[in-house]
Design a protein around this ligand. Structure first.
Ligand code: CMP
Length: 510
């Protein structure tokens, strides 16, 4: 059933006292006229916008031609739907064409009015929606308004699905109302700086200095601070910092820079440029320049020109641009206080073992001995390790321990070493692994003497082998005794005390 108000139109339409053939001819004529208009305006800029409206009108007219074919003489049955489409298409197509002509062509192009894209789009969608509701209501007698208003579930589903989009759209509308910027403005939004290309429903697009097009969701814009460099005042206060040498008088520097700023055409005369002496830095005096420009597009180029001209002006005025300056103190490494002090030669000479070596050999030995420091509890040599060096305890005390590194439950301390004592001779002399662990007691300094140096000592004075090997043999004997009387197992390296000297001579070939 058609409702009464449109009934007249439908009746008028169906009852038009025209021959069906004439009616069809009129429709075809209208379609041809529309198509012709479409092909003409298509080439113009506004025509591309009219294109969709005209296409819709053509389809609408085609639907009208079909509806008019109803053999009953009035629209009914399936023809009713075709008729509904005809009415909707003609209404929407006409509304769209009017919107394009009035808003885009008349207001925007002729009058130059800034009509918000969002409002235009929201407005047109609303108009189309109302047309569709009206057509459904009055031609097909379908009342969708109550259905839409009462469908809470539908509303919730749409609301959830479009949450982000909707919040962006709402933000877009808020931004449109607040109008913090418009197309062509230079802005900084959050961490993005660029020129606004387009403000849209859901997003705003800006072009950066390096031609990146950044599409920012309107929700981001609503959240972040927006700096507009172009509005309301197109002037922008540029700030530059630079240094001049300490010997250049600040007044001269200031004057030189002001002349540069005065000569630069892009720098505005008002507000007056300023040069301030800001602070004394490590390498020079820092000055801050504040000048105003009204062409933000050229900001970096102006910056560059000012800096370059300043360089030349400084050269002419004899103002030096400083490099970072440093006072460098060159010193040869002095021995640290405490453990490292003292002279190796004197330490070596104090040891009874070396007493007979003579000055020349002592010098050689001292030159090649290395001093090493150990903290309390550190192992200087470990039982079982291979070792080819010999140590003289220079400062501090050390404990000789059996079983410390073999996981024994009760390691045995077999001796305490004092300054002037030596150790490590057994591995060195007999070529065996270390027979015990020697651990620092408190801070310890030792002189380490390598195999070759020791060999030279022996060659220089073979007699020193005798006391060393005697000591070694006694130490070994003591070790054996300890091992036998305690729970400690026999050392892996079983050295025969009586054979030590012989093995030493073999080892050293003396
Ligand atoms: P070496 O076996 O090379 O490494 C461990 C060192 O501990 C060993 O040489 C000796 O110099 C020393 N040493 C071993 N047993 C004793 C001991 N009973 N008394 C003193 N020093 C020892």
């Amino acid at each position: 059933m058609i409702s009464p108000s449109l009934q007249h139109l439908a009746e008028w339409y169906a009852g038009l006292d025209l021959e069906p053939a004439v009616r069809e001819a009129l429709f075809v004529g209208a379609i041809l006229v529309t198509l012709t208009i479409r092909s003409f305006v298509r080439r113009t800029r506004i025509g591309t916008r009219l294109d969709s409206a005209l296409t819709l009108l053509v389809f609408g007219l085609a639907a009208g031609a079909i509806a008019a074919l109803d053999p009953n003489g009035h629209v009914s049955g399936p023809f009713l739907y075709v008729y509904a489409f005809f009415v909707a298409a003609i209404a929407i197509g006409s509304a769209r064409a009017l919107l394009v002509l009035f808003v885009d062509f008349h207001l925007r192009e002729r009058r130059g009015a800034a009509v918000s894209r969002i409002f235009r789009d929201v407005g047109s969608v609303l108009i189309y929606f109302l047309i569709i509701l009206a057509v459904l209501r009055f031609t097909l007698d379908l009342n969708l308004t109550s259905l839409i208003a009462t469908s809470a579930v539908l509303t919730a589903i749409i609301g959830l699905a479009l949450q982000d989009v909707l919040s962006s759209v709402v933000s877009g509308i808020v931004i449109e109302v607040e109008d913090p910027f418009g197309p062509g403005d230079w802005v900084r939004i959050g961490s993005y700086e660029g020129k606004v290309i387009e403000t849209g429903w859901r997003t705003t697009r800006i072009r950066t200095r390096v031609a990146e097009v950044v599409t920012l969701p309107n929700t981001y814009l609503a959240r972040e601070p927006v700096v507009n460099y172009s509005r309301p005042d197109p002037r922008f206060g540029e700030t530059l910092r630079l240094e001049a040498a300490y010997e250049a008088p600040p007044d001269l520097v200031r004057q030189t820079i002001l002349e540069v700023l005065d000569a630069e055409a892009a720098v505005l005369k008002t507000p007056v440029p300023e040069v301030r002496t800001e602070q004394f830095n490590a390498s020079g005096i820092q000055y801050v320049l504040r000048f105003w420009i009204d062409n933000f597009d050229d900001r970096e180029r102006i910056h560059s020109r000012v800096m370059a001209s300043t360089w030349y002006a400084f050269r002419r005025a004899g103002v030096r641009i400083p490099f970072p300056a440093r006072d460098v103190f060159v010193y040869s490494e002095a021995p640290a206080a405490g453990m490292e002090s003292g002279n190796v030669r004197a330490a070596v000479a104090r040891i009874s073992l070396c007493a007979a070596l003579g000055d020349e050999n002592l010098d050689k030995l001292a030159a090649r001995a290395t001093r090493k420091l150990f903290g309390d509890g550190e192992s200087i040599v470990r039982e079982g390790e291979s070792g080819e060096s010999f140590f003289i305890l220079e400062q501090g005390k050390a404990a000789v321990i059996l079983g410390a590194d073999r996981g024994e439950r009760t390691p045995m301390i077999v001796a305490e070493l004092e300054p002037g004592d030596y150790f490590g001779e057994m591995s060195l002399l007999a070529g065996e692994p270390r027979s015990a662990t020697v651990t620092a007691r408190g801070a310890v300094a030792v002189l380490e003497i390598g195999h070759e140096v020791f060999h030279e000592m022996v060659s220089a004075d073979p007699k020193i082998l005798e006391p060393i090997s005697r000591v070694a043999a006694a130490r070994l004997a003591q070790q054996h005794q300890v091992r036998e009387t305690t729970a400690l197992g026999v050392a892996p390296q079983e050295v025969d005390a009586s054979g030590v000297l012989r093995r030493i001579r073999d080892w050293f070939g003396v």
